[in-house]
Design a protein around this ligand. Structure first.
Ligand SMILES: *Cc1c(COP(=O)(O)O)cnc(C)c1O
Length: 424
């Protein structure tokens, strides 16, 4: 079985050319230029609804992990469907609020929250801080006392479960910087329960990203529920259990569990362990937006070498960092496939780094001017983009049926140094 990603079908060949929903990508390139991120509204909404529907009839909240794609239009679409947000910075909180997100549905994760960010989140009235250390607990208590507030907290526990993913995106191992060690969690809860300006409300775990198996999730869930039981025996009752995000998508041939399948497996554990009364939270990022987006780029030159051929395109590692950072395999599709003339080539950008590549050893028939689409680029694409080589960041558009909306204009070169100055 191929991945049952709800985004399947958002991008398809029609009359010999790649479309997003009902819009030809050629029309988008002509109107908005390249490189441009193209997102399908229907695909984003379908993925979110899969989470929401799988949790229907329960006290539950889907907190979209906005670092995957934090464009205001994306956040707004999800907020309209009832999404909460998982944030990792004060900047993300500001974005969530600017997009009309409800602060009472925001959870704040991250290992290095500053006092300023904590104060900002307390003033906004967020649902919960996901604590990642004892030191952070003390800081939150101090800031909350100063502001005369009570800070709702969960402890992000580290279950030491191997999510079987790339080492850069495994987060729930003992060796990772994330979360509180299993053996320290109960003591931290006891300490938190005694503080006047902190209120213990939940427990949280997030073991990694691009997870394609159910087992690590179920194992982590059972460990988390063990802790819930232990805390309950200690007189600490939790209101919610947050199972984090991390569900993988199909980039190449992975077959991750369907969203509904994952949620059903988690709920089965929750019920079997007698915790049906708890509010369930999840923090999906990639699986909501990943397959809903593509990066549209244009071929500049095709360079045939003695050992390798290169298709040099106008998108680069600054636009899409996943290949350079994680050695990620991303599918490259010609927007108008040619019948013949394919050569094996590396698809690379113009940036001055050998690490600047988007795809390696692909059979593609490309000529200068031809458009390509890098598929599965809706998550950790634009949100990781930089201005390296003084390259303005790409435009972003959302396709809705036969309409296209520009949701972020292409960055202009004068934007790039507007904040800089020279010495007198
Ligand atoms: C990044 C992150 C997520 C989302 O991970 P995905 O793999 O994109 O689903 C969820 N929770 C936390 C704490 C994160 O850091």
């Amino acid at each position: 079985m191929k991945s049952s990603s709800p985004a399947d079908g958002a991008f398809a060949l029609r009359d010999g050319a790649l479309h997003c929903e009902r819009v030809p990508l050629e029309a988008i390139a002509q109107r908005f230029g390249t490189p441009t991120y193209v997102y399908s509204r229907a695909a984003i909404e379908a993925a979110f609804r899969s989470y929401r529907d799988a949790l229907a009839g329960r006290p539950a909240l889907v907190c979209y992990a906005m670092k995957a794609n934090s464009n205001l239009a994306v956040l707004d679409l999800l907020a309209r469907l009832g999404a909460g947000f998982d944030i990792v910075s004060g900047g993300e909180l500001a974005r969530a609020l600017a997009a009309g997100g409800d602060p009472r549905k925001v959870v704040f994760s991250g290992v290095g929250k500053t006092e300023e960010e904590i104060a900002q989140a307390l003033a906004a009235g967020i649902l919960c801080f996901n604590l990642e250390s004892v030191a952070e607990l003390e800081t939150i208590e101090r800031v909350a006392a100063r502001l005369g507030k009570r800070a709702p907290v969960s402890v992000r526990v580290n279950p030491d479960v191997d999510p079987k993913t790339h080492r850069y995106i495994a987060t729930g191992l003992k060796s990772n910087k994330f979360g509180v060690a299993w053996s320290d969690a109960v003591a931290l809860y006891r300490r938190a329960a005694k503080l006047a300006h902190v209120e213990v409300v939940g427990i949280d775990c997030h073991i990694g990203s691009q997870i394609t198996e159910l087992k690590p999730y179920v194992d982590a869930a059972d460990l988390v529920l063990d802790l819930v039981d232990e805390l309950q025996r200690d007189g600490i009752r939790l209101h919610h259990v947050d199972f984090g995000g991390g569900l993988g998508i199909c980039y190449r041939d992975e077959v991750p569990p369907a969203i509904g399948e994952l949620i059903a497996a988690l709920l089965a554990r929750v019920d079997a362990r007698g915790h049906a009364d708890k509010t369930i939270l999840v923090e999906p990022g990639r699986s909501v937006v990943g397959n809903a987006g593509a990066l549209l780029a244009r071929t500049i030159v095709v360079k045939r070498g003695a050992e390798r051929n290169f298709a040099i395109v106008d998108a680069a590692m600054n636009d899409l960092m996943r290949p350079a950072l994680y050695d990620a395999w991303m599918d490259v599709q010609p927007v108008r496939p040619r019948d013949s003339g394919a050569i094996v080539c590396d698809v690379v950008g113009p940036v001055c780094e050998s690490g600047d590549w988007l795809a390696r050893e692909r059979a593609l028939a490309l000529a200068p001017g031809d458009l390509i689409a890098v598929m599965g680029a809706g998550a950790y694409g634009m949100s990781m983009a930089s201005n390296y080589n003084t390259r303005g960041r790409a435009a972003e558009v959302v396709v809705d049926g036969d309409r296209v909306y520009c949701v972020r204009r292409r960055e202009r070169v004068e934007d790039l140094f507007a904040g800089e100055s020279v010495l007198p």
